[in-house]
Ligand binder design. Sequence first.
Ligand SMILES: *[C@@H]1O[C@H](CO)[C@@H](O)[C@H](O)[C@H]1NC(C)=O
Ligand SMILES: *[C@@H]1O[C@H](CO)[C@@H](O)[C@H](O)[C@H]1NC(C)=O
Length: 204
Amino acid sequence: MHFSTAAFLALVPTVLGHGLITDPPSRPVGPAILENCGNGVVSQIKADNTSHVEGLPEAAAKDKAYKADRCNLWLCKGLQFADNTANVQKWSAGQVVPIKIWLRIPHEGSANVSIVDTKTDKIIGSMLKVWEKGYAPGRSEKDVPKDQKEFSVTVPTGLEEKCATAGDCVLQWWWYGNGARQTYESCVDFQIVKPAAKERAFRS
Ligand SMILES: *[C@@H]1O[C@H](CO)[C@@H](O)[C@H](O)[C@H]1NC(C)=O
Ligand SMILES: *[C@@H]1O[C@H](CO)[C@@H](O)[C@H](O)[C@H]1NC(C)=O
């Protein structure tokens, strides 16, 4: 028996990884992504919001509503801050933030968590978490080590100015499955607030 290309392609989705940050809430779809990325991208994300980025540029290219610079597909899959204003986290330097990932379908690879400047699309400072290899092994979510699905990051110091305004920075989880050669991204919106103790000290 021969495997035809079609049969092979039909098997591919079963080996792809899929994931999303579930806590704190990550960017969902909404009117802003529809406006900036178009319905081709939105309908793919709606069909499976844990899916990879690589399918999206093709959908976007066919869509007249797609605005490359405003959609920014490689940052948070094009998901927009304006659709997540209800979920802005208020963090202060040194705060330990627990994060939960839904690894719906694992695929072994590398992953990291970082803070990204949304204006320049550049990572700010050092990575908050890095798995250089061995991230998300196995066949189902229960095969994945618990500390890859539930972990904490410490909010760095020095972001008080740059990330004072919600939408200027995001916390991005980024995972690449080596076998599937696919990228998964999920973003949490936050703003850095100055610790209350400091303000009290200022006033006294
Ligand atoms: C992702 O989709 C699931 C259902 O498939 C839904 O429960 C969840 O709220 C969605 N999350 C985001 C961030 O879009
Ligand atoms: C972060 O993770 C992504 C996906 O695995 C990878 O492409 C990138 O090189 C990583 N960066 C660092 C600095 O670890």
